[in-house]
Design a protein around this ligand. Structure first.
Ligand code: NDP
Length: 314
């Protein structure tokens, strides 16, 4: 027998927990499935300095534990498991947890987040959070006044290189082709910064350092010439992948898999299904914006359920 519930929250980043806090306070008894990375991307960060309300900063994993406790305090049931499939073709909405447990939900809030793509070289993974980061806006400040490198040639890399150039004396931008993928306006911004040096046709062979990043070894893929560059921070900005595969048969998405929502809301094209946070946002991708969207998702779900109740009563 399927378990019948009111609100299912899928994902446990700032978006999911904020949705759960709001839904729980509204008496909707949400059940939240954490997914494979409980706490989401922030658990891979050390210090979060830009979330409002923490003047001294807060440890990423600590913040997620606090968010979980806050959601539970108001009656959210947090389950450590995965939603492995969904069926939104009928109502109530169907979801299957851990490939076996069937759930029928009156509303679903998708907050499955996104995962940063990495180059996949051993030294990059070994030095993750020890100088290697996939988020310049989150971690760039720790390298203020130091030389850094960023890999990627898209809008994210261009934007993050510009951000880094404001706080670091020198930024090497490593681009694997002889042109940027970034939009013209972002290209201009990068070219306009004297302290950004673009290394074309350049790929990273190794991130150097044992305890922390001390430099990178790069190779020019045209000349095969290698070179070591001393840097303290190494940023990867080669794209993100939203964790939305299980929804692709039911929801509208862009070509990368970001779920499309009605502008200014969290509504997807399926009534009762709401999408929030990095699963739908490829532009801002911050904990605080994800949390804000989580709030929107819960309020939209609450409104939807209230309208449904009125409909049933008539
Ligand atoms: P993109 O997919 O647009 O760009 C990825 C970049 O990384 C490309 O230059 C790509 O190179 C490079 N890359 C991919 N894999 C590797 C690899 N293994 N080694 C080296 N380089 C690699 O991702 P973005 O995150 O930049 O942007 C995603 C979307 O979000 C885009 O639509 C973008 O426009 C949008 N966005 C908009 C912003 C804004 O409007 N302010 C800000 C940020 C993002 P190659 O070109 O050779 O494939």
């Amino acid at each position: 027998m399927a378990e019948e519930i009111k609100v299912l929250v899928i994902g446990s980043g700032p978006a999911g927990y904020t949705a759960a806090i709001y839904a729980a306070r509204a008496g909707l008894k949400p059940i939240l499935y954490t997914g494979g990375e409980p706490g989401g991307q922030l658990t891979t960060t050390t210090e979060v300095e830009n979330f409002p309300g923490y003047p001294e900063g807060i440890d990423g994993p600590r913040m997620m534990m606090d968010l979980q406790a806050q959601a539970e305090r108001f009656g959210t049931e947090v389950r450590f498991g995965m939603i492995t499939s969904v069926d939104f073709s009928s109502y109530p909405l169907k979801a299957v947890a851990d490939e076996k447990h069937e759930i029928l939900a009156e509303a679903v809030i998708i907050s499955t987040g996104a995962s940063a793509k990495y180059l996949g070289i051993e030294s990059e993974q070994r030095l993750l959070n020890k100088g290697v980061s996939a988020c310049a806006v989150c971690d760039g400040y720790f390298y203020k006044g130091q030389e850094v490198a960023i890999v990627g040639g898209g809008d994210s890399a261009a934007e993050e290189a510009s951000y880094l150039a404001n706080i670091c004396p020198k930024v090497y931008m490593l681009v694997r082709r002889d042109e940027l993928r970034a939009s013209q306006i972002m290209q201009k911004r990068v070219m306009g910064k004297e302290n950004i040096e673009i290394l074309w046709n350049t790929e990273v062979e190794e991130v150097l350092g044992t305890e922390e990043v001390e430099g990178i070894r790069v190779v020019n893929n045209q000349t095969q010439e290698t070179r070591e560059i001393p840097v303290k921070g190494f940023f990867v900005a080669i794209g993100h992948k939203p964790n939305t595969d299980i929804f692709k048969d039911y929801l509208e998405m862009d070509e990368t898999g970001y779920i499309l929502v009605q502008p200014g809301s969290s509504k997807t094209k399926i009534p009762g299904v709401f999408a929030v946070g990095d699963a739908t946002d490829k532009v801002y991708r911050q904990a605080v914006t994800a949390a804000g969207m989580g709030c929107m998702g819960a309020l939209d779900a609450e409104k939807f359920l209230a309208a449904k109740e009125v409909e049933m009563a008539n």
